[in-house]
Design a protein around this ligand. Structure first.
Ligand code: ATP
Ligand code: MG
Length: 384
């Protein structure tokens, strides 16, 4: 989909109004603290209905205002739609809107004016990938950060994932409450069928995605870094190979839960399952000199790995939905050395042939496609 129009009200420091986006995208230039990231945050809000920075909604509402609203009009390229009649010649359009009211903390999402049964049913309509300098945290922070990456990416791209994840979290919370309160084995075990079924689905989908994406990660990393290699590996809490079926994951999970029952009672929490998975990135794989990137990687190596994850995400979107992702690039080239940025740009040209919205504090730092994109400026929230 191409973002054609964005309508904003009360969103952070951005001026209320409507922006019309060119089909090829736009390069947005503005000094620090003017609203560049806020603009990308507003666009990506329509993808996941949350802040990519993890900000609570009441803090997104402009200081002194009572609510915010973001509305995006998307135009399809005739391919890869969900539920649309094949061969339909007219370009598909979709209006995605999200609003939040501080009083009562009410969030409402609509697709073409209609509220879906659950907000989760509306995510992933934009098909965007966002690159930011903070992505380096995907590599340097704890496993939770990487699980969050997987969960967002798979929720958006794999039907059934988010549903399984939500059921899993619910079962896990109930089961943990039973364990914490020292309730008997029966009230803990009552949650096991749901935990195992939903957890196996989550784990199986993660395992397959990582198995399929690992070669891309490796080649992207190698291309950006020059010659150095790094691999992407799934370290599931329920140890199964990438080829395991969902049933095999389920039976292994079930077995581990039974074996760990005593330890879980002592510790008062569920000790195995997808909430304990790790996504590991390893330098020099297969050489006998393997090093965990998180612990041993330099700043540049971590940044390269984070970029490789995002490029893999972009490829997942284009592969699964047969359309180029909307690329949102928040001031990412300033952080990379000359050669690495050149190589990243080459890869982006190949992976992402669609619309690009990029930001930088200076014209000279725009770099990517900057000669082919119209330039806008942003000053104190006014985009022009
Ligand atoms: P940088 O180049 O430093 O990354 P930026 O242009 O990306 O800058 P933004 O993150 O978009 O800057 O923030 C712009 C301004 O928005 C900041 O001054 C910030 O304080 C302000 N801001 C953040 N939240 C709100 C809010 N809820 N209401 C009003 N202003 C806000
Ligand atoms: Mg910013």
């Amino acid at each position: 989909m191409t973002l054609q129009r964005l309508r904003l009200t009360g969103f952070r420091n951005l001026q209320d109004g409507t922006l019309e986006f060119p089909e090829e995208g736009v390069a947005v230039v503005g000094p620090n603290a003017q609203g560049k990231s806020n603009l990308l945050e507003a666009i990506y809000y329509l993808e996941i209905f949350r802040s990519f920075r993890g900000t609570r909604e009441d803090r997104i509402v402009r200081f002194g205002a009572e609510h915010f609203r973001v509305e995006g009009r998307l135009v399809g390229d005739g391919e890869g739609g969900e539920g649309e009649a094949a061969g339909d010649a007219a370009p598909r359009t979709l209006t995605v809107a999200a609003a939040f009211v501080k009083a009562g903390r009410v969030k409402k999402v609509t697709l073409d004016g209609r509220e879906p049964p659950r907000i989760a049913d509306a995510i992933g309509r934009v098909g965007a990938v966002l690159f930011t300098p903070e992505d380096v945290r995907l590599v340097s922070d704890g496993p939770q950060e990487r699980r969050r990456f997987l969960d967002i990416l798979l929720s958006i791209n794999v039907p059934g994932y988010l549903d399984a994840l939500q059921r899993y979290r619910q079962a896990l919370a109930q089961r943990n409450a039973a364990l914490r309160e020292g309730r008997g084995g029966a009230s803990v075990g009552a949650w096991d069928p749901l935990l195992v079924e939903a957890g196996a689905r989550v784990g199986w989908i993660r395992a397959r995605w990582i198995r399929d994406g690992a070669p891309t990660f490796r080649s992207v990393y190698a291309q950006v870094s020059g010659e150095e290699e790094a691999s992407l590996e799934y370290v599931p809490s329920v140890p199964v190979g990438g080829e395991a079926t969902e049933d095999e994951v389920a039976s292994t999970f079930h077995r581990i839960l039974s074996e760990g029952a005593d330890a879980e009672r002592r510790r008062g929490t569920t000790l195995s399952g997808p909430h304990r998975d790790e996504l590991r990135m390893v330098l020099h794989p297969g050489t006998g000199q393997e090093r965990d990137l998180r612990e041993y990687g330099s700043g540049g190596q971590r940044r390269t790995a984070a970029l490789a994850l995002r490029l893999l995400e972009a490829e997942t979107i284009s592969g699964r939905r047969r359309r180029a992702p909307l690329l949102l690039l928040d001031d990412i080239f300033a952080e990379l050395d000359e050669t690495r940025s050149e190589r990243v740009m080459e890869l982006m040209e190949r992976t992402a042939v669609g619309q690009v919205i990029l930001t930088a504090p200076k014209e000279s730092e725009l770099r990517f496609r900057s000669d082919r994109l119209p330039h806008w400026t942003v000053r104190e929230g006014v985009v022009a």
